[in-house]
Ligand binder design. Structure first.
Ligand code: SAM
Length: 257
């Protein structure tokens, strides 16, 4: 699991194949540098955070038939592939990282459906999308209010927005987004915020919060810890909400506060 968002202070659950290297102080890198370096290995190993999020978030998704969907900060296109397979009418993925998009572009189902852009300046006309998903990226966004405004601009009235991220409590305990490369742990710049700050930012941008789900690891993730040689970290990691998933709905323009 060299490429999971890591839990550096609460228990590192990364790849045993990498853990033979001497434990070192993590290096802290920008989002651009971090994903440039992480991209080639991002999809390689099973990741308990992504596993947990995928299983719970998939169950929340509505019927996608005919919908215009946006995978915001799509990375290597993990969710875009799934959204299209579930019948989305039109699906587009946007990400800042050239390297992550390069990996995404090698996947036949989503090649040609990708755009390089910043979440704060999306290359779309107003009121295009009926559903937006933004997975494990909010923590990297410095100006969340500006991102929510941009989301409000490109979504239709009543559009549904699903976001996931490391849970604020996990951030508070020192879990961080990162990976291990050939010799050292790498942590990518994040701006942790509380659940209240997250929901307030979306509310201010005209989105009603329908669901705010804290997710904890359970038996389904145990084998992933075991395969990584990190089973000793499983029980402590289960004590902390690992992931938050929120479901928002964009209010009609006239009713937004
Ligand atoms: C942990 S990865 C998640 C990728 C994918 N959503 C997933 O869940 O597998 C975070 C992604 O956010 C992207 N990202 C970070 N800041 C961004 C920004 N301001 N605009 C667009 N993408 C951004 C990164 O390039 C990276 O691909």
């Amino acid at each position: 699991m060299s490429q999971i968002p890591t839990a550096s202070q609460s228990g590192d659950i990364r790849s045993s194949s990498c853990s033979a290297a001497p434990r070192s102080v993590p290096s802290y890198v920008s989002v651009v540098e971090g994903y440039e370096r992480w991209a080639p290995s991002y999809d390689e190993a099973p990741n308990p955070l992504l596993h947990l999020e995928e299983s719970k978030l998939t169950a929340l998704l509505p019927d996608l038939s005919g919908k215009h969907v946006l995978d915001l900060a799509c990375g290597t296109g993990r969710w875009l592939e799934k959204l299209l397979a579930r019948g989305a009418g039109v699906g587009i993925g946007v990400d800042l990282s050239t390297a992550m998009l390069r990996v995404a572009g090698e996947k036949p189902a989503i090649a040609g459906r990708l755009a390089q852009a910043d979440c704060l300046a999306l290359p779309f006309r107003p009121e295009v999308f009926g559903l937006v998903l933004c997975s494990f990226a909010l923590g990297h966004i410095h100006d969340l209010g500006a991102m929510v405004s941009e989301l409000a601009r490109v979504t239709r009235s009543g559009a549904e927005v699903f976001v996931s991220d490391l849970h604020p409590e996990a951030y508070a305990r020192g879990w961080r987004t990162g990976f291990r490369d050939t010799s050292s742990a790498v942590q990518i710049e994040v701006f942790p915020r509380t659940a209240e700050e997250l929901i307030r930012a979306f509310h201010s941008g005209g989105f009603e919060c329908l669901t705010n789900l804290p997710l904890c690891f359970g038996e389904s993730e145990k084998s992933i810890f075991a395969r990584a040689g990190k089973i000793h970290l499983f029980t402590p990691a289960c004590q902390v909400p690992a992931v938050v998933v929120c479901h928002f709905r964009r209010a009609p323009t006239g009713t937004r506060t």
